[in-house]
Structure formats: C-alpha cells, structure tokens
Design a protein around this ligand. Structure first.
Ligand SMILES: *Cc1c(COP(=O)(O)O)cnc(C)c1O
Length: 405
C-alpha cells in the first residue's frame, strides 16, 4: 500500500504564514523611504503607525488601553509585573501551553504552578481551585492554547471568588469571542501576538490590552516610552503617569512602525480570515470525526473560535505504531505535530522539558491527554478539497498502522 502510485499526497505547505496586504507593503515602503521607523520623536504627535495600531486594536477588543511591544512574550512579562507579580510569587498556568508562557513567568522571577486541563483542552476548574487554595497563588496566566477557551463567565466567577487576577494569553484567540465578548477582555490584561504564524502576520510583535489605568501607564513606561508617553493615543491621564514615571525602568520592548504598518491592514480582514479558517476547521473536523480511534474536543455553543489549527487525539496505538502513523502522514505532506513527544522538538513541548521550573513535570491528567494529541496548522491557502485529502490520508495511514498492529 505504501508504494501505491494512486496514493494522494498533499501539495501545499501547511506552515505557510498569512499574506501581507498590498496596503501594508506600500506603507512599509513609504516608511523606509522616510526613515521614520521608531514610534517616538521629540517633535512628533500621537499619529505614529504604532500609536494608530494601538487605537485600532483597543477598539477591536473593546477596551480602553492598548500597548504595543516587540513580542507577545514581552507583553506576558509586562502583564505579570504590572499586575504586581514580584520575584518569588506563585503564578498559576494551564499546563497545556507553549514555551514563551513559562518563559514569561521565569522572566518575572515568579514560580509556576501548573494546572491540569480537561479532555476538551481547557483549564480544569476543580484543579485550579485546589491548586489556588493549596499554594496561595493570586495570579492566573491563562493560555487560550490553540484557540480553546474555557467557559469564561464561569472562570471569572471562580477567580473572583478566589481573589485571583486573570491574565489572558490570546496568542491563538485574536478575533475570537466567548458568549459575544471578545477574548482578551475578560481578564485584567489580555496579551496578543502578531508573530508570523498567528492570526495577523507582523513578523514579530505583541499587543497588551487592559481597562486598568495603572497597568496601562506602567506597561507603556516599562515598554520603553522614555518621557514620550504623551505620544500614545490610548493612554491614561498624566496624573496616572505621575505616579509611575520616575520609578519605572525602561526595558526597551517597543514595536517598530514597520510592524504596525503591516499589521493594521490585516485587522480589517481579520473576520474574513476567521471565516476561512473556521470553514476549513469544520470541514477537517467533520472528516476526522468519521474515523475510528480519532477524538476531537467538544466545542461549546458560546465559543466563537478562530481556528487556525486543529487538534485531535488518536487512541489505541502503542508508541511505535503512533510514531509510524505520524511518519506515514508526513511522507504524504501532512505534517502533524505531537504534544506528547518525549523530547522537545520544533514548537511543541511538555512542561517536563522546562527544566528551569522548580518542579518540571507534566501533571498526570494533562500528560495522558497530551500523550496522544496531534496538532496541525491550517494555512489560509488550504482548499476545501485539501481538507478532504487530509482526512483521507489520516484515515489511510491509520489503517496501515492498525493492520500491522
Ligand atoms: C506564540 C505564542 C506566544 C508568544 O508569542 P510571541 O509573539 O512569539 O512571543 C505565547 N503563547 C502562545 C500560546 C503562543 O502560541
């Protein structure tokens, strides 16, 4: 069967990033010709490309303040320290996440408390409550990992009751909603990424949103505004800066005007992209859902996701068969990632790989879920026919390994 010439092979590259609109390319050329690449200048007003992007993005998420930075990882770090996290403090985080998240906690000098996830890939509320009570941690850094959000109203009720501040990592939920409310507007702070593989492609960059005036002023100052914070459109009043401007170090985490120039026109087409991603996701999920041994997370009605990737579990294979299945798919152009990989590879890793943590183990329930969890990117260029080919390839490769099993 492996050598059957009729076997279809996927022709497109699943890692392809979203395209840059012509308007962004034109604006970048203007900026390059003029040389005005830094967001501040002693004679400038508040209309730099970065300041305009902050204005656009605050409107999109429906919050008062937005602060741009050089990466989402930087905004996570800023969110933690501006929320009052100091070295040695404990920070709760769901154990299904990516390396920049524990990295931000380590950057803040804090200690991680890993919380279990459910089979639907969202944070386990019972374990969250138990770990919050047993450790006394007062901050939760919640990753909406791969676009999967818990019941946000129930989460906020629980964290309010426990006196926990929530910071949302929205690297995979730009443009998503829970029960009609934008992702990133539930917690005290929301952090978004414009890195090339996320929902808008700025190469590198992050956006922090909040309604809290002290957090906003501190984030602006820490990000490296010097005393030019008046050039931010979405900023708190001067009185708030007066509380912080002389006691806040400058960490130089600014965004360049070039990044803002290519991100801004992509916000206008975010909902169009979301429609394409979700259409392909739903098609893939329908195809994969028909395959024995494949399980998909249940998506609640209240969740309006933007699914630029798909996650599914494959049950009942031992490890060699599972590896052969992954290899078979790869040989036909379907590049699956595996969260359960015992060595850290590519972009995926288990918490036990983060040896800089005090206790670097994956909690048991999360470990058994990630052990058979596959992950595939959905590029915008994926056609409906490609989705059907992928489902067929996965079904056939699974049949090959189960026949040999
Ligand atoms: C990409 C990513 C980040 C970090 O974003 P950068 O902009 O690359 O720093 C954080 N959390 C998750 C879940 C991510 O996927």
């Amino acid at each position: 069967m492996r050598n059957d010439p009729a076997r279809i092979r996927l022709q497109i590259d699943l890692s392809q990033p979203p395209e840059i609109p012509e308007a962004g390319i034109a604006r970048v050329n203007e900026l390059l010709r003029s040389g005005w690449l830094h967001r501040y200048g002693e004679t400038l007003g508040d209309a730099s490309d970065v300041s305009l992007l902050e204005d656009d993005f605050a409107n999109l998420v429906g919050v008062k303040y937005c602060v741009a930075a050089n990466s989402c990882g930087s905004t996570l770090f800023l969110a933690l320290i501006c929320s009052g996290v100091t070295p040695g403090d404990k920070v709760l985080m769901n154990a299904f996440t990516l390396a920049p998240v524990p990295g931000a906690v380590a950057h803040a000098g804090a200690e991680h408390v890993l919380v279990e996830i459910t089979p639907n890939l969202t944070i386990d509320f019972a374990d969250l409550e138990q770990k919050a009570l047993s450790t006394g941690a007062k901050v939760l850094l919640l990753s909406h990992m791969r676009g999967h959000s818990p019941d946000m109203n129930a989460l906020m009720a629980l964290t309010d009751r426990l006196g926990i501040t929530v910071i949302e990592d929205c690297a995979h939920t730009m443009g998503a909603f829970w029960a009609g409310q934008p992702s990133g507007s539930f917690g005290k702070v929301g952090c978004f990424s414009v890195q090339a593989y996320k929902h808008v492609n700025g190469g590198e960059g992050g956006l922090l949103v909040t309604n809290d005036e002290d957090i906003a002023a501190r984030a602006i100052l820490y990000s490296g505004s010097y005393m030019l914070y008046g050039q931010h459109r979405r900023r708190p009043s001067d009185g708030v800066f007066a509380r912080w401007k002389d006691v806040t170090p400058n960490y130089s985490m600014r965004m360049s005007n070039l990044v803002a120039a290519i991100v801004r026109p992509q916000l206008d087409i975010l909902s169009e992209r979301a429609r394409i991603w979700n259409d392909r996701y739903d098609r893939l999920a329908a195809g994969l859902g028909r395959i024995a041994r494949v399980g998909l997370p249940v998506r609640p009605q209240a969740e309006a996701y933007v699914q630029s990737s798909i996650q599914f579990t494959v049950h009942g294979l031992d490890e060699p068969a599972f590896r052969n299945f992954m290899e078979g798919c790869r040989s036909r152009g379907v590049f699956l990632k595996w969260f359960g990989h015992r060595e850290a590879t590519g972009y995926t890793s288990l918490s036990e790989h983060w040896r800089f943590l005090k206790s670097a183990h994956t909690p048991p329930q999360t470990n058994s879920i990630l052990d058979r969890l596959c992950d595939m990117r959905i590029p915008l260029s994926l056609s409906v026919a490609d989705c059907d080919s992928i489902a067929s390839i996965i079904m056939e490769e699974l049949a090959v390994v189960t026949a040999n099993f």
